[in-house]
Design a protein around this ligand. Sequence first.
Ligand code: FAD
Ligand code: N01
Length: 541
Amino acid sequence: MTTAASERFDAIVVGAGFSGLYALHRLRELGVRTVVLEKAENVGGTWLFNRYPGARCDIESIEYSYSFSDEIQQDWVWTETMPAQPEIEAYLNFVADRLDLRRDIRFDTNVVSMTFDEGAAEWVVTTEAGESLVASYVVAASGILSVPLEPDIAGMDTFTGTSLFTSRWPKEGIDLADKCVGVIGTGSTGVQLIPVVARQAGHLTVFQRSPAYTLPWKVRAFEAGELDELKANYAEIRAAQRAHAVGAARLSAFSVMFEMITKPPLKSASREDQLRAIEAEGVMGALSWGDVFFDIEANRMAAKLYGEAVARIVKDPETAASLTPSHPFGCKRPIIDQGYYETFNRDNVTLVDLRKDPIVGVTPTGIQTSQKQHELDVIVYATGFDAMTGALTRIDIRGRDNASLADFWASQGPYTYLGIAVAGFPNLFIVQAPGSPSAATNFVAALEQHVEWISDCVTYLRDHGYRTIEALPDAQDEWIEHTTALVEPTVLVHPTCKSWYNGGNVPGKKRMYMGYTAGIPEYRRRCDEVAATGYRGFKLA
Ligand code: FAD
Ligand code: N01
C-alpha cells in the first residue's frame, strides 16, 4: 500500500495545540522520530482560533499550563489570575520556541485520511495537498473542541452586513463602535463575548435559545510579587493539582462545581435558608446544594431559586425571566462570567428570547424572528462545536478490514477503551477521546497524563519488540459500561440534557455522555494499573 514517495516516521502527531506540542516533545525526548501535521499556520489550536473579544480561560493560569518543565513554569510570566486568549497563545508560542518544536511541525497541512496497513503494521497518512506519510503510530491530538458548528439558518448567506464566527475571529480585530450587532449563542463563548461587545457596540441584540447557568467571577491582574511567591511554591501547587479530581485545586469553574457536591441538600433547606443563600452568594447560592447533581427535583428547585437570584440583578422582570434556564443545571459545562447579567441592564442591550420568538431566518439586513425584523450591521455566531469526535470523524480513518472510525462511532456511539484507543484501530492513540476525563477537568492536567501514558506505552512496545497494540472489544465495552455507570446516578443523563457533553448539540449525532467523571487521580490509577499488568485489555502482537 505504501508508495515509494511516502516519508517514514516512527510517529505522526495530528495537531499542534497544547496536546500535540507536548506529545512531540515527549516522543522526541524518547528518541521516537516524530512529525506533527497541523492544518493551521501556527501553533496554539483552541487559543489560535478563538480570538473573539473576552476569550479567556476559566482555570487559573498557574494551573492551566504545562507542569512537565520547571524551567518553563519558572520563566513564563502570567499577568492575570485567569489568562486571556492572547496570553495563552503567546505562551504556547514561547513553549514551541523554547523546546525548538517548530522544526518538526508542518503547518498548513490538513490530514484527510489515515489507513492502517495491516501487512506492514503501519499507518499511511495523507494530506489535502496529496502528501503521503507513513508511521508505526499515530497520536491524534486534533482537539475536543476544534470543529466549529455553523447553524443551519435560512438566508445566512444573504446577509449583506458582516458575519463573524467566534472560532475564526479576524486576527486584526474589528471595530464595532456604533454598529448594531446581533449575537446568536449563549454558551460559554457567548457569555464571555456579550459583556465585552456590549461595551463596544452601538447596540447589541442577543438571540438566546437556551439561557445559561453562569457564575460571576473576578479575574484580576497579579499584584507585585504575587506570581514570584506562587512560583516559589510551584512544587506544592502542582502536587495539590495532581491530587485533585478536576486537575485544578485552586478556584476554577470545575472546582466550584466539585465543591457544590459537599454542601447540604436543597430539599431539606427551609425557605429562609434558601433566601439566605442567594442573599449571601447570589446565583452561586442558588446552585450550591449537595443534591442538585443527583436529584432532578432538587435541580428544578435550584433552577427556580436561580431565577430569583437573576431577578435581583436584572432590572427588567421580563428579561430576568427570559434569562432563567429551564434545562437541568450540570448538563452543560460550567460557565463563569464577568458581569454577564449586569450587561442586560444596559440601555444598548436587548434580549430576544427565541423560546417565545424563534428565528425565522437571516435577511439581507438582519435577523427576522417570528415577531420582528431586527436590523443589524454585524451578526456574530457563537454556536458551538462538533465536540470530542468531530475532528476525527472529518478524517477518513480506516482500521482493520478497512473499517471506518466515523461509521463505527455513528452506529455504536463513541466507544473507546480508556478514552485513548479504539478496538480495530491498532497503534492509534487519541489524546482525550470520549471516555476520558477531558470534558469535566482542567484539560492541560488531563492531556499531560495522556501524553505521558501514551509515550510510556510506545517505549514499552519498542523495548519488548511488539509491533502493534490494539484495544480488545470486550475491554472497550466494559470501559464504556464503567463510564456510563458513573453518570447514571446524576442529572447528566436526564433526557432533557442536551449539550456537547453528550452529542445532543449536533443534529443526528449518537448520544452518549462522553466524559469520565471519577476524576483524574482515579483515572490515572486505572491507566497505570493497565500498563503495570502488561497492558491488560489490549492485544499486543
Ligand atoms: P486543540 O487546541 O483544539 O488543537 C488541535 C489542533 O489540531 C488544532 O490546531 C487543529 O487545527 C489541529 N487539527 C485538527 N484536525 C486536523 C487535521 N485533520 N489535520 C491537521 N490538523 C488538525 N479547557 C480548559 O480546561 N479550560 C478552559 O478554560 C478552556 N477554555 C476553552 C475556551 C474555548 C473558547 C474553547 C474552544 C475551548 C476551551 N477549553 C478549555 C478546551 C480546550 O480546547 C483545551 O483546553 C485545549 O486547548 C485543547 O488542546 P488540544 O491541543 O488538545 O486541542
Ligand atoms: O458552545 P455551546 P460554546 N439558533 O455549545 C446556541 C469551551 N469554552 O462555543 O443550547 C440559536 O456551549 C446554543 O443554544 P442551545 C467550553 O468547554 C470555554 O459557547 O443549543 N442558537 C448555545 O446557546 C464550552 O462548553 C470557555 O439551545 C443556537 C450556543 O449556541 C465549549 O467550549 C469559553 C443555534 C452554543 O453553546 C463550547 O462553548 C468558550 C441556533 N441555530 C468556550 N445553534 C471558557 O470560559 C446553536 N445555538 C473556559
